[in-house]
Design a protein around this ligand. Structure first.
Ligand code: NAD
Ligand code: G6P
Ligand code: MN
Length: 441
């Protein structure tokens, strides 16, 4: 079997140890010849890199492995897959994305509302650079991207590299939801054949077929209405995630047609969610004192001890496993079905062709072959059109350096609505992001 050369960009990510463990457990189906991890932060990369050395010495000794902060070493001609998970501005800027809006009375969140806007304006620049760095060396490598806000990154990359058909933006949340449905129904998520439509962090499952073709969604809806909803890995989740999943019950009660992505809570109940968010202690603070601390302490301990024994660094397997099974399906032309982000081009027939939609697709060696969704009902179409206009204006505001489009984008966002508020938030975000954003005039 062919062995693949993989580059991980954002090798110092908190999610990297889980990904590396996934690589070890999937080495028979996705054998790796050479793995390079690249990050711009030497300290983070080294801690995770030294953990990886110990892990691979135990579980993957045949693999050629290195880590680096040097672009020349990272970007080479023979790469088959690039896995991207970078965070421009780090957690320090995520904290600002959350706290600035919250202090002005609007939702402050990593990928939704003005926080997602600010993060998008930062991510586009580095993601464009990354694609250029890869493509300077090879046209063949698949770029599988987790970097958020994936919705906005996808729109920008599609505009800037319209001919590049080996960039695939993915999100683990539909996969997390499928696993959560699986746990409720006592089934393995890989047995499901889902139908899903929307934008990233803004979509709905409409059907959940089993292998005999029965739709399990009606039964699932009843179970959620009767007993609530929890993530598959609830034993390992922080309280804020449990609260988020719990809101699915409310959404299903109000809009029982489909099963919503958890991120819709920010757009459908901004007032209610706002009441639960604390501007002095946001998700970033929770991650920094939880996942980030745990991962970096544990990796340092493993490197020091020279053994992974007793290490309990992986909190969520779905994240690391999902990108690997996506890569496997492409690498071996398996045609397995996954929910991914693709250009619409008629899949959802009453939405614009250039929207980057999240839908179920068969993943082949030639990329995603999405399944037709057809027309969607007015309520969902209206929500998506507003959100898509916001995403498109955000990408255009970046590309054109347009204050006007940035203001339009934020005014359109359901978490803001008021143009006065949009201007106030935008001006504050411009000030904080001046080292990262293009100048907006
Ligand atoms: P993190 O800050 O721990 O990791 C990001 C790493 O990227 C850091 O080590 C940082 O130094 C590095 N980095 C920043 N800019 C870079 C650049 N230009 N080139 C190379 N490396 C760079 O953050 P995290 O919480 O582990 O998340 C990582 C990324 O994955 C974020 O974008 C996050 O939003 C995303 N993510 C996406 C999904 C999804 O469903 N799409 C799921 C989880 C995480
Ligand atoms: C889910 C989403 C990601 C998001 C992550 C945030 O996995 O799909 O897009 O980045 O949650 O998780 P965190 O634990 O960092 O708040
Ligand atoms: Mn996501």
């Amino acid at each position: 079997m062919k062995k693949f050369n993989v580059l991980v960009v954002g090798g110092g990510s908190t999610w990297t140890p889980g990904l590396l463990k996934g690589m070890c457990s999937r080495k028979d189906s996705f054998p790796i010849n050479r793995l390079v991890m690249y990050d711009i932060d030497e300290g983070r990369q080294q801690t995770i890199g030294e953990f990886a050395r110990v892990l691979f010495h135990e579980d993957y000794p045949e693999m050629d492995f290195r880590y680096t902060t040097n672009k020349e070493e990272a970007f080479t001609e023979d790469i088959d897959f690039v896995f991207v998970q970078m965070r421009t501005g780090g957690f320090a800027m995520r904290e600002q994305d959350e706290k600035i809006p919250l202090n002005m009375g609007v939702i402050g969140q990593e990928t939704c509302g003005p926080g997602g806007f600010a993060y998008g304006m930062r991510s586009i620049r580095d993601m464009v650079e990354l694609v250029k760095d890869v493509r300077e060396k090879t046209q063949n490598a698949w770029i599988l991207n987790y970097t958020n806000p994936a919705a906005i990154v996808a729109v920008a990359l599609q505009q800037i590299f319209p001919e590049d058909n080996r960039i695939l933006n993915i999100c683990d949340q539909p996969e997390n939801l499928l696993r959560s449905y699986g746990r409720l129904l006592n089934r393995n998520e890989r047995e499901f054949d889902p139908v899903y439509f929307g934008l990233n962090h803004f979509g709905w499952f409409t059907h959940l077929y089993d292998q005999e073709g029965n739709d399990l969604l009606p039964e699932l809806r009843e179970m959620i209405l009767a007993g609530g909803f929890r993530p598959a890995d609830y034993e390992q989740r922080d309280q804020s995630w449990l609260d988020t999943y719990a809101m699915v019950e409310q959404m299903v009660r109000d809009f029982p047609d489909y099963l919503p992505n958890t991120y819709l809570q920010y757009y459908l109940y901004p007032d209610k969610v706002l009441n639960k968010l604390d501007p002095d202690y946001t998700r970033t603070n929770e991650v920094q004192s939880g996942r980030e601390k745990r991962v970096f302490e544990d990796c340092a301990r493993v490197a020091e001890a020279g053994t992974t024994e007793g290490s309990n660094v992986v909190a969520n397997d779905a994240h690391g496993e999902f990108i690997l099974i996506v890569a496997e399906s492409i690498a071996h032309n398996k045609g397995n079905n996954f929910v991914v982000i693709v250009r619409n081009d008629g899949i959802i027939s009453n939405l614009p062709d250039d929207a980057m939609v999240e839908v179920a697709a068969s993943l082949t060696a030639n990329g995603p072959r999405p399944y037709a969704v057809g027309d969607i009902p007015t309520f969902y179409k209206g929500l998506i059109e507003g959100q898509y206009a916001y995403e498109k204006l955000t990408a255009e505001a970046f590309m054109e350096g347009s204050y006007h489009k940035a203001l339009q984008a934020l005014t359109l966002n359901r978490t803001i609505v008021s143009a006065t508020k949009a201007r106030e938030v935008l001006d504050a975000l411009i000030e904080t992001n001046k080292d990262y954003w293009p100048e907006l005039t």
